[in-house]
Design a protein around this ligand. Structure first.
Ligand code: ATP
Ligand code: MG
Length: 340
């Protein structure tokens, strides 16, 4: 089977509706057709200031949510990035192949560093896309691994980073001999870009959205309903898809359509005469129906922390085997002295 690789940052106490509909739900279906590697990328989470105990907790809660959503640790390799030290090692090598100007062109760095302010912007935030390239290329299938395909599901926000990964893979291959399979970006079927409930032209984001603008997977039913009822719409009454003039309603239609599996035109028809109130009530119910079992399962998984740690150690061991093999090849090709 082709390989698929994806990661998510443990930068909040819960994942959100955008993460779920834009990425994580697809992680579950992709494990049926791919050899999947899913990584909680805690090394990325320290590119901005953080609290150690909070980070450790969030990494575990992140892993528990993935399993609760249906990622199967028997079929997919689920692991925490820092438990596989090859990620940082390969990032160093790739960093030495990356031009300074090339790294400086990454728009996400420009956005995030502008938000942080110059004195709080770290070199780690600058080199983050190189670490991301390492996260992906470590799992590059070798000759003999069967299908040599490496797929990376990406939202628009990650396209530029994947392009850099491909460039670095090709550059390494050119200089040191064929080693990496350049990864293919794809937008998984059914993936939806979800915007902020209060600011429907901005993406829903763990780090940028206000509490009122974001729906957490682990949120309690009461506050969740309220947020959806208070989502920004417009002064009209019509439930119609219109990205330009009705960004709020359009976002809600996308959420509903993705959750229920109903095409948007059918929803427009269903709510043609009912106004926004009933529409929002039904969306809130659809969100609850999806997230309540995930929330409960996450709680159960976190109640047995030893078992969760065991599953993660297992994932790290499986990922580590692949990563170690790749790094052996890289060390040899780059010219490092073998340990014999
Ligand atoms: P941060 O603000 O810390 O960057 P984030 O909310 O952007 O957090 P990430 O961990 O960066 O989340 O991304 C995890 C996955 O979720 C990625 O595949 C990303 O493309 C996807 N994703 C993030 N936000 C959305 C959104 N609003 N709609 C759809 N997909 C999203
Ligand atoms: Mg992000």
């Amino acid at each position: 089977a082709p390989r698929v690789l994806s990661g998510i940052q443990p930068t909040a106490d819960s994942f959100h509706l955008g993460n779920y509909l834009g990425a994580l739900r697809q992680w579950v279906s992709l494990q049926d057709t791919h050899e999947a590697f899913y990584c909680v990328v805690d090394l990325h989470a320290i590119t901005v200031e953080h609290d150690p105990e909070v980070l450790r907790r969030r990494s575990k809660v992140a892993a528990a949510q993935l399993l609760a959503m249906g990622v199967d640790p028997e079929r997919a390799t689920v692991f925490v990035q820092s438990q596989v030290p090859e990620h940082a090692e390969l990032a160093w090598v790739l960093g030495c192949l990356t031009g300074f100007g090339e790294a400086g062109r990454m728009t996400q760095f420009k956005d995030k560093s502008a938000k942080q302010g110059q004195s709080n912007t770290t070199v780690g935030l600058f080199t983050y896309p190189i670490l991301q390239a390492a996260d992906i290329l470590l799992y590059s299938p070798e000759p003999g691994d069967g299908e040599r395909v490496l797929r990376v599901p990406v939202g628009e926000d990650q396209r530029q980073h994947l392009e850099l990964t491909r460039t670095l893979a090709n550059r390494f291959n050119h200089r040191f001999g064929d080693t990496f399979v350049p990864p293919e970006a794809f937008i998984p079927e059914g993936a939806a870009k979800i915007t902020d409930l209060q600011e429907p032209t901005a993406k829903m984001s763990k780090s940028a959205s206000s509490p009122q603008g974001i729906i957490d997977v682990l949120e309690e039913p009461g506050p969740m309903r309220k947020k959806i009822m208070r989502a920004v719409t417009d002064t009209g009454t019509e439930v119609v898809y219109d990205e330009e003039n009705k960004a709020g309603v359009t976002n809600l239609l996308r959420i509903f359509s993705a959750l229920e599996g109903t095409p948007i035109p059918d929803l427009e028809k269903r709510y043609a005469d009912s106004g926004y109130g009933q529409f929002k009530k039904d969306i809130a119910q659809a969100v609850l129906d999806t997230f309540t079992p995930i929330r409960e399962r996450t709680r159960e998984l976190l109640a047995d922390e030893a078992e969760l740690d065991r599953l993660l150690a297992l994932g790290a061991e499986r990922a580590g085997k692949v990563a170690a093999r790749t790094m052996d090849t890289v060390r040899e090709r780059v010219g490092f002295v073998g340990r014999g």
